[in-house]
Structures are given as structure tokens and as C-alpha cells.
Design a binder for this molecule. Structure first.
Ligand SMILES: N[C@@H](CCC(=O)N[C@@H](CSS)C(=O)NCC(=O)O)C(=O)O
Ligand SMILES: [Fe+2]
Length: 246
């Protein structure tokens, strides 16, 4: 039986952001979702959706990004009918706001929403679920909660090292060890990892919580260059930006 899931990992190089395209190609409509599109690469993403003859139904965010403007507003403007998605806990405006335990269906496949606050209060991880007639590859889209051999910073947007540690250990490290993890960014050239690998080799999250908090308190990272533009725009899922550009 041919696999139902079509999966593509896409990269935006200025912010080192990953966007993910998933579709149920076993369904006659080929319904698709985009996770964390970036405004600068919306044309590329839309062209790919069209070339693959998919029907994009959701443009989803893992959180209110601080380093780039989400593409969800522009996509909605260019593809009427597509719905923006973000968590209720983010307090952002979107067509659909989701909570822990919700399922986002595309065709006969779905993504389960897991609340993973800590990088921001509203961060969620999207986890694949099995299709009706065959298992779906186990994958989790972690946004900035978990990065490969790293994690999201916790020094703004309601960040909390305690919450992030608890989120990752209770919601991500409890997934089967062979679950493939796809982060929101990578700054070192990695593309994916697994739960089993990160439990052992993550230099921050493999430690006890007190050591983790100490590491996070001493990262000394500069604020993202676009934070003052990105956060207000992403609180409306990029819609203001989309309206001004069309
Ligand atoms: N230099 C970049 C921002 C880099 C940064 O702060 N990345 C965030 C994720 S985007 S909110 C982060 O959490 N990094 C963790 C780390 O350990 O690097 C810019 O100016 O945009
Ligand atoms: Fe972030």
C-alpha cells in the first residue's frame, strides 16, 4: 500500500526557520497543512502546494514567533479558504485556536496538539497520528520548545525554564524513542533528530532541572533583530502584514 503521508521540510535561511508541508495523498482532495510558514518564503510554499496538486487547508503556527513574521497572513490573502491556526494559550488571533489534546485533521490523517510552554507561554508541539488503514510515521514538530541538541530561549514572551523543562520531559521525551523530531529552527546544519537521541545527547535538556535552569540563565543571547516587528504582527497571525502587501 502506498504511503498516505506526503512530507516536505523547507528552510528559510535569514531566520534559519523550518517550514513543514504535510498532506494526505491517499485522500482524493490531497488535503495539506503548512506548519510555521515564513512571510519571505510564502511564494515558494504556495508554488510547491500547487505543483503537487494539494489542497492547503491550514496554515499553522507552533507559537508567536519573535524572529520573523509568520507567512500565515499572506497565505490566507493569496489562498482564500485556508485557515490560520495557533494555540489559545498564545492569546493570538487566528481562524482556529487550538488547545492541548485537540486533533487537527487533514484528510484521514491528523496532528495531535500538545501544550509545550516554556519558550513562550503559548508554544505547542504537533504530533502525527496514525491513519485509518496504516500507521503514519511518528513525527513531532516541536517549534522552539526543542531544537536539535538545544532548545528555545526562555528570556522573553512569558518564557520559563521551569515550564520548558517540564514540557519537554512530560510531552516530548515520553514519546516513543524512535519518534522523529522536527524543530522550528536550526543554526548548526541539522535537519531532524529523534526522542532517543535528544534524551541522551541534548546538552541542556539531558541534565537535571536545576542545571538546566542555570544553563538557560547564562545563555547571554542578543534579542532577535526583528522582535519588535515580528511579535505584534504574529499576534494577528501576520494578517496586518498581508493586508498591507496585497
Ligand atoms: N539571532 C537571531 C535570533 C536567534 C534566537 O534567539 N533564536 C531563538 C529562536 S527564534 S525565537 C532561540 O530560542 N534560540 C535558542 C538558542 O540557543 O540559540 C535573530 O536575531 O533573529
Ligand atoms: Fe521562537
Amino acid at each position: 500500500m502506498a504511503p498516505r503521508l506526503l512530507f516536505r521540510q523547507l528552510f528559510e535561511k535569514e531566520s534559519s526557520t523550518y517550514t513543514y508541508l504535510l498532506a494526505d495523498i491517499g485522500h482524493p482532495d490531497k488535503p495539506a497543512v503548512l506548519i510555521d510558514p515564513v512571510d519571505r518564503t510564502v511564494e515558494r510554499d504556495i508554488n510547491l502546494v500547487k505543483e503537487l496538486e494539494l489542497k492547503l487547508i491550514y496554515a499553522m503556527n507552533t507559537h508567536v514567533h519573535a524572529d520573523h513574521v509568520t507567512g500565515t497572513g499572506l497565505i490566507k490573502a493569496k489562498m482564500p479558504g485556508v485557515k490560520s491556526v495557533i494555540s489559545k494559550a498564545s492569546k493570538a488571533v487566528a481562524d482556529d485556536v487550538v488547545e492541548h489534546g485537540d486533533k487537527i485533521c487533514f484528510g484521514d490523517l491528523f496532528l495531535e496538539v500538545r501544550a509545550t510552554p516554556g519558550h513562550t507561554e503559548g508554544c505547542v508541539t504537533y504530533v502525527t497520528g496514525d491513519g485509518p488503514d496504516q500507521p503514519c510515521p511518528r513525527m513531532a514538530f516541536t517549534g522552539d520548545a526543542l531544537l536539535i541538541r538545544g532548545c528555545g530561549r526562555t528570556d522573553f514572551q512569558g518564557g520559563s525554564s521551569h515550564k520548558l523543562y517540564q514540557s519537554v520531559h512530560s510531552q516530548i521525551f515520553t514519546l516513543p524513542k524512535d519518534t522523529l523530531l522536527y524543530p522550528g529552527h536550526d543554526y548548526k546544519g541539522f535537519t531532524s533528530t529523534t526522542v532517543g537521541e535528544e534524551i541522551v545527547y541534548n546538552p541542556r535538556l539531558s541534565k537535571d532541572e536545576e542545571t538546566f535552569k542555570d544553563i538557560m540563565a547564562n545563555l547571554n543571547l542578543a534579542y532577535p533583530k526583528m522582535i519588535d516587528i515580528a511579535v505584534p504582527s504574529n499576534m494577528v497571525c501576520g494578517l496586518q502584514d498581508a493586508i498591507s502587501k496585497v
